[in-house]
Design a protein around this ligand. Structure first.
Ligand code: UD1
Length: 431
């Protein structure tokens, strides 16, 4: 089993290049099967989640070819099967995008109920409510979701909660429905906009993505295209918080600074210097004590729930008391117990974490409870005095490409090991 072994205490410094957005890629790769022509997608992060989704796509008969590490060609003309195997779906939540994509293309799909990170109950009622409004009927039987429609007809759909997944799924199904669809109370995340732009590049007619009303006019078919995925807001944010947490100086390159504004704003409140370039953001936190602040997670453009653990590990080193409120997922503080082993003082009550800043962390052996919390614990370990070992890093590999390589290039002492001997060798080498 792979682990990260880390010797902390060195401020991270330098430039790091950010890859394509995982959550946009998952929507776009699924949507690509809706065309019968070849689609080329660039800037696909080569992470576990995208690889697993591509396997599921191949399994139902589409042709998938990696042109290089981050470029994928997909041809959906050969799809024969509308059933997505449970083995794949249980590994990644976003396989549910195949429900919307296959419903739009084939008017039928069967997908096992999604898995993914265990960060809350994560229902899919809004996805199903939307499919029903388009004329599909659905049924859940032995863990499989079945959706089927004789005709898909555009409709007016109001989401009861702001949901990224249902917004993307409904854009996919509705773009091949007859007539017009209006999605109200839609999610506005950058990756929702990216999936809409991609569908439009294939010939769909979607307007308003990025606002809370999305208007879609159905088309008969989608054609091939080439498309490059936007940079990953959360990977960029993780490195920005790594600068703050380790008192470092990191420039995240190849980013869209606008997507990072809620994170930059909090870093400024915490006393960091933030310098925005055209496609970069530099965070300087050298030689200073971070200041406490309060953070509440909200749908975009609010502070992202996927950055909540990274922010909390920085605030737990700030001077004074901070409050972090999680308003999207109810089970997202599981890392707090692990962080306590490094010396953090955090008390969780319901969806609120009360943080009393400490002067420093000390290295410890901890487990990654989920993807983003796992990444946050790695950053905490890089700030901590002494050695740490992080277990269950397969969660982190779901969403970060070459995380250890990028952190090493910033001066972090981190190595991926898969046996006790290599772990001890690292400790001896680093001393
Ligand atoms: C996506 C992201 C995830 C991110 C989240 C919020 C992907 C693959 N994952 O997850 O990284 O943390 O957005 O930005 O893109 N809800 C319902 N009913 C539904 C759907 C959602 O009640 O049918 C609720 C959820 O329980 C949650 C909230 O709506 O409280 C937001 O969930 P949603 O935006 O759908 O998250 P995901 O798409 O699962």
């Amino acid at each position: 089993m792979e682990q990260y072994v880390i010797k902390g205490g060195t401020p991270l410094k330098g430039n790091v290049s950010i890859g394509g957005a995982k959550n946009a890629a998952l929507g776009i790769l699924a949507a690509a099967i809706m065309s019968d022509e070849t689609v080329t997608i660039e800037n696909v992060p080569n992470v576990r989640d995208t690889r697993v989704l591509l396997q599921a796509i191949e399994e139902i008969g589409a042709k998938v070819k990696y042109l290089d590490n981050n470029t994928v060609e997909i041809n959906g003309s050969t799809i024969t099967d509308v059933t997505v195997d449970y083995d794949y779906i249980k590994k990644i939540r976003a396989s549910y995008y195949l429900l919307g994509a296959l419903l739009g293309k084939k008017h039928e799909s069967n997908v096992a109920l999604p898995g993914g990170c265990n960060i809350g109950s994560r229902p899919i009622d809004q996805h199903l409510k939307g499919f029903r409004a388009l004329g599909a009927f659905d049924d859940i039987d032995k863990g499989m979701v079945h959706v089927k429609a004789d005709r898909l007809v555009g409709a007016h759909i109001y989401f009861d909660v702001v949901t990224v997944g249902a917004t993307i799924n409904l854009m996919m199904a509705a773009c091949m429905a007859e007539g017009a669809t209006i999605l109200e109370n839609a999610a506005k995340e950058p990756h929702v906009v990216d999936v809409a732009n991609f569908l439009n590049a294939m010939g769909a007619n979607i307007k308003g993505a990025g606002t809370d009303v999305i208007r879609i006019k159905g088309v008969d078919k989608l054609h091939g295209c080439s498309y490059s995925i936007i940079p990953d807001q959360i990977e960029a944010g993780t490195f920005m918080l790594a600068a703050a947490t380790t008192n470092g100086d990191i420039t995240v390159c190849n980013v869209i600074p606008k997507h990072l504004e809620s994170i930059s704003a909090k870093l400024l409140e915490m006393g960091c210097t933030v310098i925005e370039g055209d496609d970069s953001v530099r965070v300087v936190a050298t030689d200073r004590t971070l200041k406490a602040t309060n953070v509440k997670t909200l749908p975009y453009p609010g502070f992202p729930t996927d950055m909540q653990p990274q922010m909390a590990i920085a605030l737990a080193l700030a001077e004074g008391n901070s409050i972090v409120t999680e308003s999207i997922f109810e089970n997202r503080f599981k890392y707090v117990g692990e962080l306590a082993r490094m010396g953090a003082k955090i008390k969780v009550e319901g969806n609120t974490a009360y943080i009393e800043g400490v002067k420093g962390y000390s290295g410890a052996d901890v487990s990654a409870p989920d993807l983003r919390a796992g990444a946050a614990l790695v950053v905490a370990a890089l700030a901590a005095e002494g050695f740490s070992v992080i277990d269950d890093i397969e969660y982190i590999q779901r969403g970060y490409e070459n995380f250890e390589g990028k952190l090493s290039s910033l001066g972090g002492s981190i190595e991926k090991v898969d046996n006790e001997r290599d772990l001890q060798k690292f400790k001896l080498k680093i001393g």
